[in-house]
Write a protein that binds this ligand. Structure first.
Ligand code: GLU
Length: 289
């Protein structure tokens, strides 16, 4: 097997919090176990929400947590021409169509009130010009299941055509979407170990389906979807909940080992919130590998 390469892929839309701290320790622990390099990718594809000051704060928190990367951060905002090249390739294969449906339209069409919507393919055969203003571009996904091995969850299978339908790859205002950019970047950075939270579990089979269209027969990465840290109300910690911001914990004088230990405890990896050094991390994952 080729050497493993993993990545940290934060979106600079806010400060990192304790939930990210847990994510980072999972990446560091598994990377140390597999002797994998960790690449840093700023997922700043949504320019309306990203801010340079958040990127600066994220880089500083990651350094404080002891993350070492072999290259400078990769920024999705600098890669428009690469995404455009892949789009043109998919258009040549007639795999892309324009869609005029808003989220509200899809809700109306399907009767789904909330959560992730399954697009029913309304515009699939309408031949709307690809350059029509105000339309998004969707990728025709083939039918059928995709399977992958998850280090934490075991064998996983799901069918993107049943979960979400054809995926938006460029939105109505012309921005590349997370799903499209992440598949291309994982391919081009040759990432073969993807570690992320279970909130993205359902995205994985659609990313494998897209990967197959963009780069047929490329090897499937190894995946590890870790649990999410929840707040006292049982909700996923969000970038808006400033109380757990790593920068705040740092300012209060907590050491990186203490934050790591607290995150590992809240994430169920150690019984007590005892300080945890980088060298102790790999042992926490021995039951999953
Ligand atoms: N940018 C995503 C986030 O900040 C991570 C995406 C991924 O790991 O695939 O949640």
């Amino acid at each position: 097997m080729s050497p493993l390469k993993t990545r940290l892929a934060p979106s600079p839309t806010g400060h990192l919090h304790l939930g990210h701290g847990f994510h980072v320790l999972c990446v560091q622990g598994l990377a140390a176990h597999f002797q994998a390099d960790i690449y840093l990718r700023m997922e700043d594809h949504d320019q309306s929400r990203c801010r340079p000051e958040f990127e600066t704060s994220i880089v500083s928190d990651l350094e404080w947590l002891g993350v070492r990367t072999p290259t400078r951060p990769w920024r999705q905002s600098e890669r428009a021409s690469v995404y455009q090249g892949h789009l043109e390739n998919l258009i040549r294969q007639q795999l892309v169509y324009a869609c005029s449906c808003s989220r509200k339209d899809v809700q109306h069409q399907t009767g789904q009130a909330s959560g992730e919507l399954k697009y029913p393919g309304t515009c699939r055969d309408l031949c709307i010009p690809l350059d029509q203003p105000g339309t998004s571009l969707r990728l025709r996904l083939p039918q059928g299941p995709h399977s992958f091995r998850d280090l934490f969850l075991g064998e996983q299978t799901s069918s993107p055509d049943e979960d979400c339908g054809d995926v938006v790859i460029r939105d109505r205002i012309g921005q590349w979407t997370y799903q499209f950019a992440v598949v291309i970047d994982d391919l081009e950075q040759k990432i073969n170990l993807v570690i992320r939270g279970t909130d993205l579990l359902l995205s994985t089979s659609r990313q494998l389906a897209m990967r197959e269209l963009i780069h047929p027969n490329s090897p499937t990465p190894l995946f590890a979807h870790h649990p999410l840290l929840l707040d006292t109300l049982g909700q996923k910690l969000s970038k808006r909940s400033a109380s757990e911001a790593l920068s705040k914990l740092r300012a209060e004088g907590l050491a990186a080992d203490s934050v790591r230990g607290l995150a590992a405890h809240l994430g169920g990896l150690q019984a007590k919130p005892e300080p945890l050094s980088l060298t102790q991390l790999p042992a926490l994952f021995k039951n999953f590998i």
